[in-house]
Design a protein around this ligand. Structure first.
Ligand code: ZN
Length: 176
């Protein structure tokens, strides 16, 4: 089990503060003092596959850690009470200033995202997204660059996570 696994990071009950916050060995904690039961669930996240007229996929460069400088698909976490479709449109607007006119669900893959020394398990939901136009596209928010990549030029070792690699491979295998 990694150092960032919740079992190795969460030492106290978040409700009453007692240290008898016991991990059940699979995916929950229970406080022996107040009975608070805390589950380690997968967090929903979204990733966008956006292609140009030549069938090349848009990849961004991450501006911050984790995986600063590596390639990624546009996307991020789904906010509380937000739909996955709303989240993917919001992220694309925030990162690239693109207005999405159509989203179509593609596939999902799991990921372990380590932030602040804590593992967040995610379910990365991929959508094929169509933008109104690429005219006003520019870098903003948490990316430092973007470019369209033809299938054969993608070096998967430069892509930030296994789930994003899996999504890109799946897209080229099933849809292109
Ligand atoms: Zn407690």
């Amino acid at each position: 089990m990694t150092a960032s696994h919740p079992k190795n990071v969460l030492n106290f009950c978040p409700k009453c503060g007692d240290k008898a916050f016991n991990y059940d060995g699979s995916r929950s904690f229970k406080c022996a003092k107040c009975g608070f039961h805390f589950f380690i669930n997968s967090a929903a996240a979204v990733a966008a596959v956006i292609v140009n007229e030549r069938g090349e996929v848009l990849l961004t460069t991450r501006a911050f850690d984790p995986c600063k400088g590596m390639l990624d698909l546009p996307g991020g976490f789904v906010d509380p009470m937000e739909t996955a479709e709303e989240a993917v449109c919001r992220e694309i607007k925030e990162e690239l200033n693109l207005d999405v006119v159509k989203t179509s669900y593609l596939v999902s893959f799991p990921n372990e995202y380590v932030f602040s020394g804590y593992s967040v398990y995610t379910c990365d939901l991929a959508f094929v997204c169509e933008a109104k136009s690429f005219d006003n596209m520019h870098v903003q928010d948490d990316i430092s660059d973007f470019a369209f990549y033809p299938k054969e030029s993608i070096n998967y070792e430069d892509v930030s996570s296994e789930s994003i690699q899996d999504i890109i491979r799946f897209y080229f295998r099933e849809r292109s």
